[in-house]
Write a protein that binds this ligand. Sequence first.
Ligand SMILES: Cc1cc2nc3c(=O)[nH]c(=O)nc-3n(C[C@H](O)[C@H](O)[C@H](O)COP(=O)(O)OP(=O)(O)OC[C@H]3O[C@@H](n4cnc5c(N)ncnc54)[C@H](O)[C@@H]3O)c2cc1C
Length: 377
Amino acid sequence: MKRRYDVVVIGAGPVGSFTAYQLAERGLKVCLIDKKERIGEDSICAGVIGREAFERYDLPADTVLSSINSVSFFSPFGQRLEYEQKNFFAYVVDRDLFDRKLFLRAKKRGVEIFLGQRVSDISGAPYFYTVKSNRQTHNTKAVVVATGIDCRLHEKVGLKPPPQYLYGSQIEIAVPHSPTKLEIHIGRDFAPGSFGWLIPFRKGHAKIGVLLPQTSKKWLKKFVQQRLGINHGFDEKNIRIKAIAYGPVDKSVNGNILLVGEAAGQVKTTTGGGIFYGLLCSEIAVDNLVRTLKDGYGLSEYDITWRSALASELDIGRNLRLIAAKLDDQKVENLFSFVKQNRFWVELLVPRIDFDYHSNVIFFCMKSFGQLLRLGD
Ligand SMILES: Cc1cc2nc3c(=O)[nH]c(=O)nc-3n(C[C@H](O)[C@H](O)[C@H](O)COP(=O)(O)OP(=O)(O)OC[C@H]3O[C@@H](n4cnc5c(N)ncnc54)[C@H](O)[C@@H]3O)c2cc1C
């Protein structure tokens, strides 16, 4: 059976559901298709989202597990630097519930839903696309591909996947010392060129993970057991690993088809966080889709707009990773010592910190600490 829509959105992750919801809110006939039978199950994510994003997009507050107003940074040899704000600047959400709530919001707004349908083909030309799934065929004027790291449709629509991937490995586990602060740990023993995180999300429990260019479980095992000293209750079988897009796609539009969210590589290259950038680009996509369908405007401005918003962030994050890959632990240790001994640095650094935009503080650090870290060596 063929159905006709203004826009077919493929993928009911947070970005796809939010896009479908906004399009329906703007009066378009929209459907949302996902290969999963149920939305909001089995996600692999730390679920940290900045407060500003929460407020900007009126995200579901009843999904918040805990609020963050401080971060402890640990050096390779265990020195600690604290970043603390009077007010909460981020939240940890129950990611399954978060996805489900955004999905239900779209459904309630009148978006037609098709679950358990893997889209396998998209054909046609602007204003007459046919979207085929294993069960149905849908006709539409425009298509939004929000399929996350599953890029099998990209080639079918003449677009390329993100250039590279990192891998997030995470475990949820009882933590004996009941931490209350988000912790970021740096050290080549467990996260070479990157970092590990510990995020308390309910009393005595934390999400613990590492972000690396490879999939092996051994780094997270080292982080949990050797670095954090947690052995009780640790079972390697409970480690979950998922790829994270690293870097933007070359091109995110072809005719009236666009990529959004992780499918377009709209993910922080520093931390691997993809929810806020995905929602931001979804907002830009919706404005462009509405104009295009009304006035025949064309979607190329979507590509230009999101790139101009995020290009410097995505670029500088990649540069930071290239530098971090070469830094030995002693240099990082020296940096921690230097900042601890010269507390005025904290006063200079803190105003430059932004939860979602990291280029300002990274650029400042590269300029200020380049000599100390001997980045030219
Ligand atoms: C360990 C780890 C920790 C993370 N922590 C954070 C964090 O703290 N904060 C943060 O912001 N981000 C974090 N991320 C990244 C974040 O999870 C992703 O960036 C985010 O899920 C991207 O959302 P999305 O809607 O673009 O894609 P997804 O959430 O991946 O949704 C894509 C949807 O498309 C569907 N789909 C795919 N192909 C098809 C098809 N052919 N037909 C039909 N349906 C299809 C899938 O079933 C899925 O439901 C983390 C990632 C990992 C791995």
